[in-house]
Design a protein around this ligand. Structure first.
Ligand code: SF4
Length: 589
């Protein structure tokens, strides 16, 4: 008697294990319970023959072309060519055995295994994991808690890519830590450096009453495609992919290099050749999102069937591998190929790799996305499965202790289906809870010092790692975020959802440009003299948004010391409240 969520997970496991036929033949009742087809074949989306084969030694080919054109590869590319970082496992084993951290280009190489040496901010590794669509079964959550406790700082951070990071891992623990993850099926290869990061999807996929499509099979298929295709590693620069299914909580896919957005196409709609489109749910394709560079992903006028998405994503990545800039890392992201070529040429090159034309359809032929609930990741909400609910748990700026993780895994097992869903809003959902059990879940969470409700200010608070753990940071973002929430909650009430994003440097991991209020760290001089004291502070932006409210925030104040931040943000919120023309007018209006 499996829940939908358990069925889904087991189906994927069975399909992925290659045991389908055995199970269907040998254990008919088990197969029936899982909802497996009688003939024993399961097709995962994108698993068809259309996926183009990976070119041999593709990295070298692209680099050779740029060298032939008289360009000098950047040092990172030279190092990648000397020794492909995925082949440096043994170097990592040796470093770990000798209790040594990496130096030089080995720092980049070890990020291919998910380990970031974060000196000088901290003399330790940070590990970034991978979970397809941010969905984590309870046994993996417990394993991460255990490893964080034994080898790390005893806590994890939920990231803005619906992922987990563990900090304070010592050099000698590196291999035990990674092997512990791998033993539990958590493979974090490529979670850092020039690779495709954690594939994100709608956090309420499969349980959301308003979703157009369940994105879980797609994020899983993409996740496994990356893990099992060697040429998907060693790109010119990092790369992000997201699937949004049209549910209550946005996957903010428009901030990704490839954003797939589910849309419905009704009767009588046509493509750009005037051909009738079969009504149904499709994905629109957007490319080039990188909000730190003030760009959202742009719609390409392409409409894809769900089972075309993986092969199209693979082809897009291959075009990037061949044509991304390997001589200047500041210009190496996908956006710069798009700027250089124009979007139409990029799609043409993708079509060449695919060997077929893509379906071109104007946005006007598609129905608008169902509305997003900006703070729909916090609170108790009904699922599409009758009588079942998901609860969104508040995690202040994403931090969670090992003890809390174990407690959450226990709650998910006892009251839910054993699944934990991380969100890009740095919190998590526990799904499949019976209505009668909600008070017990809230009580169990309270014992862990966690809640399912928060003020409007705290519910939308997002902060990157900051100076406590990142060498690029100009400010202690997480600490400042917590102090800001505490101060504002005492001084002002807000009746609409507001998102406040604090980012420590222009890399913009917390995407300050898309926050209603966005803050980017800086150093502020307290005087005009050369020896004037410098303190941590922020430039302040207003009016960012995503999805239907897509907009890049504009700078309102510069050089506000962190100690003055609460006063400044309070002034902004009071200004908004006094001047809005409708009760829900957005900050960018
Ligand atoms: Fe570090 Fe900058 Fe990213 Fe913050 S935004 S985590 S400071 S790189």
């Amino acid at each position: 008697d499996f829940s939908d969520e358990q069925k889904h997970y087991l189906q994927g496991f069975v399909a992925g294990s290659g045991l389908t036929q055995l199970l269907v033949n040998g254990r008919a009742s088990f197969a029936t319970a899982l909802g497996l087809p009688a003939n024993g074949s399961i097709s995962l989306p994108g698993g068809g023959s259309e996926i183009p084969p990976g070119p041999e030694a593709v990295h070298y080919r692209a680099q050779d072309a740029q060298v032939a054109a008289g360009k000098k590869l950047c040092p990172e590319e030279v190092a990648k060519r000397k020794k492909f970082p995925l082949d440096q496992w043994n170097d990592l084993v040796q470093h770990s055995a000798e209790g040594k951290f990496p130096k030089g280009t080995d720092v980049l190489a070890f990020k291919y295994q998910g380990l970031f040496y974060v000196a000088p901010a901290q003399d330790s590794y940070m590990a970034r994991l991978r979970f397809a669509g941010g969905i984590v079964p309870s046994f993996q959550f417990r394993r991460v808690a255990e490893l964080a406790e034994v080898h790390g700082g005893g806590f994890s951070d939920v990231t803005t890519r619906a992922n987990l990071q563990i900090r304070e891992i010592q050099a000698g623990s590196a291999i035990d830590f990674l092997e512990g993850l791998h033993d539990a099926g958590i493979l974090c290869r490529g979670s850092g450096a020039d690779n495709i990061r954690n594939v994100t999807g709608s956090p309420t996929a499969g349980i959301d009453p308003q979703e157009l499509i369940d994105t879980r099979p797609l994020s899983r298929a993409m996740h496994h495609y990356i893990l099992n295709h060697r040429e998907m590693y060693g790109l010119p620069r990092k790369f992000n992919i997201a699937f949004d299914g049209g549910g209550k909580i946005s996957a903010v896919e428009d901030t990704n290099d490839i954003g797939f957005s589910a849309v419905r196409v009704g009767q009588g709609k046509t493509d750009s050749d005037g051909q009738l489109i079969e009504p149904g749910v499709y994905f629109r394709l957007a490319l080039g999102g990188i909000t730190g560079h003030k760009d959202f992903a742009k719609d390409q006028g392409v409409l894809l069937k769900p089972d075309e998405c993986i092969s199209v994503a693979a082809a897009i990545v291959r075009v990037f591998i061949d044509n991304g800039d390997r001589t200047d890392r500041k210009k190496a992201r996908l956006k710069y190929v798009l700027d250089r070529w124009g979007h139409a040429k990029y799609i043409e090159e993708t079509e060449k790799v695919l060997g077929r034309k893509l379906r071109k359809v104007a946005t006007a032929m598609c129905e608008p996305r169902p509305a997003v609930d900006k703070h729909g990741h916090i609170g108790v909400f009904p699922q599409k499965q009758e009588g079942r609910f998901y609860v969104g748990v508040v995690l202040p700026v994403g931090r969670i202790t090992a003890e809390q993780m174990r407690g959450i895994a226990d709650i998910a097992d006892k009251f839910g289906s054993g699944m934990i869903r991380l969100t890009v809003w740095q919190n998590l959902l526990i799904s499949d809870i019976a209505e009668a059990d909600i008070p017990a879940v809230q009580e169990a969470l309270a014992k862990l010092n966690l809640a399912t409700s928060a003020t409007s200010i705290r519910a939308g608070l997002v902060a990157c790692t900051g100076a406590a753990g990142c060498k690029f940071a100009m400010a202690h973002t997480k600490q400042h975020a917590m102090a800001l929430a505490e101060a504002l909650e005492k001084r002002i009430e807000l009746d609409v959802p507001v998102n406040i994003h604090l980012t420590g440097c222009p890399n913009s991991c917390a995407q300050h440009y898309m926050g209603d209020i966005g803050l980017i760290g800086t150093k502020v001089s307290l005087g005009d003299d050369d020896d004037a004291e410098e303190v941590e502070g922020y430039h302040v932006f207003v009016g960012g948004g995503y999805g239907a409210d897509q907009s890049i925030g504009r700078e309102l104040y510069r050089n506000i010391p962190a100690t003055e931040l609460a006063k400044t943000v309070e002034k902004m919120i009071r200004g908004y409240k006094a001047n809005r023309t409708t009760p829900t007018e957005s900050f960018n209006e």
